[in-house]
Design a protein around this ligand. Structure first.
Ligand code: NAD
Ligand code: MG
Length: 397
């Protein structure tokens, strides 16, 4: 892992440092502390974790999203020399600090603005926050382009595709296949899904992740977001993107070329693979992840996803076809429906119903499909999506 001792430390910031991806990122950075100069760490409610990591990594600033938590953060950091800050605008400010590399690992559309600010400050953006590409893909890509900043994908499938494309010509790419474990309910009979509980949906068979993405994996909304993420990041036609259910989660993605070759990326289901690749890019360095023993694995299974079981995948296709700000509505409605499921207001299968009804309600609104992709318009569409979805949930009760 050790970088060359002559290189000056890289300035890094981690947004969403207290979450699952944030903690895995810190795990890698903490193994080689002299190689990094940590500027900002941000988190939410977990002040103890945030302060602990900010102190041990000697960060310049620690920011909590919650203003009410500022006194607690100040207390926890007192005497350490680490600055304390709070609130959405403090997170945005932290993203303008001149980092070389920024991890975008806030969950949800809240990750969009810090990601944009980091790109404007010309940082290399390691992008775990798929919601920002779903909500505002063309804006993110144009911002990176305008500021000569690089985005490196951190979602495991997209990191796998990215690696499969090294040295290749996009013209020769026929298809991109991203795999899905099928989540917690892949072997459940369809009739039972409506009664799935929060605890059942929050247990992933293969990956250890934040609760929201774990539930999204069970409903396949995570894969739906990832299909859109693939379109936006690799700038490929939706028809070229396929989803394949692969229960072992060892093949993360495949790239199919025009000569019939299919290049697969395999690795243990450990996000430090993709995070480490983005951290060390364009080099490869030793990573503390399990090595696959394929003789022991013995069998890799694949099957086509069933869209009756997973309406989210069909909705993703409709969103890509509609274009414009529809992605912002889709993601916002999905976030609200997920809140509704977590709060016990909605059943598991009702989430897709709320998202579909929100899209239908706002369908035909030309201001959404034809409006310019500016930050203001994206935020307005996000708000419309949230408001409509909330009303639809209330109407069901
Ligand atoms: P998590 O819930 O474990 O952590 C989320 C982080 O964001 C926490 O630090 C939390 O404090 C912060 N946060 C939450 N709401 C916020 C808000 N409104 N403003 C500011 N900060 C806020 O989530 P995670 O599983 O680490 O996922 C993070 C992102 O990475 C998501 O976009 C997810 O889709 C993506 N991702 C995660 C995994 C994984 O293995 N966990 C894999 C691929 C992609
Ligand atoms: Mg993924």
């Amino acid at each position: 892992m050790s970088r060359s001792s002559s290189a000056s430390p890289r300035r890094v910031s981690i947004f969403g440092a207290t979450g699952s991806i944030g903690q895995s990122t810190i795990d890698l950075i903490a193994r080689d502390p002299d190689a990094y100069d940590v500027l900002a760490l941000t988190g939410g409610q977990n002040i103890d974790q945030l302060a602990h990591d900010a102190i041990r990594l000697k960060a310049d600033v620690a920011v909590t999203a919650h203003e009410s938590k500022l006194p607690a953060l100040r207390d926890a950091l007192s005497g350490s020399g680490v600055e304390a800050a709070a609130g959405t605008s403090a997170i945005e400010e932290a993203a303008t600090r001149p980092a070389d590399w920024v991890m975008s690992a806030i969950v949800g559309a809240a990750g969009l603005l810090p990601g944009l600010r980091a790109l404007e400050a010309r940082a290399t953006l390691a992008l775990a926050n798929k919601e920002s590409l779903v909500t505002a893909g063309p804006l993110i890509m144009a911002t990176a382009h305008a500021h000569h900043a690089r985005i490196l994908p951190v979602d495991s499938e997209h990191s796998a595709v990215f690696q499969g494309l090294v040295g290749e010509d996009m013209e020769a790419v026929e298809r991109i296949i991203i795999t899905a474990s099928g989540g917690a309910f892949r072997d459940w009979p369809l009739e039972k899904l409506a009664g799935a509980t929060l605890a059942q949906a929050s247990a992933h068979p293969n990956w250890d992740m934040g609760q929201r993405i774990t539930i999204d994996s069970a409903s396949m909304f995570n894969k739906a977001l990832e299909v859109i993420e693939t379109k936006e990041f690799f700038e490929v036609e939706p028809e070229k993107i396929e989803v394949l259910v692969h229960p072992q989660s060892l093949v993360h993605a495949l790239v199919g070329f025009n000569d019939g070759a299919l290049m697969a990326h395999l690795g243990a289901p450990d996000m430090r693979h993709a995070i480490g690749y983005a951290l060390n890019w364009p080099d490869r360095r030793n990573l503390p992840v399990d090595r696959l023993d394929l003789a022991r694995v013995a069998t890799l299974e694949f099957r086509a996803p069933d869209e009756t079981r997973y309406p989210a995948l069909r909705l993703a296709r409709e969103v890509m076809a509609a274009g414009g700000l529809t992605g912002a509505i889709f993601n916002a409605a999905k976030e609200v429906a997920l809140d509704g499921f977590i709060a016990g207001q909605l059943g598991f299968m009702d989430m897709a119903g709320i998202v579909e009804d929100t899209l239908t309600q706002l369908d035909g609104d030309v201001s959404l499909t034809h409006a310019a992709m500016t930050l203001d318009n994206v935020q307005a569409a996000d708000q419309m999506g949230r408001d409509s979805a909330r009303k639809l949930i209330l109407a069901r009760q």
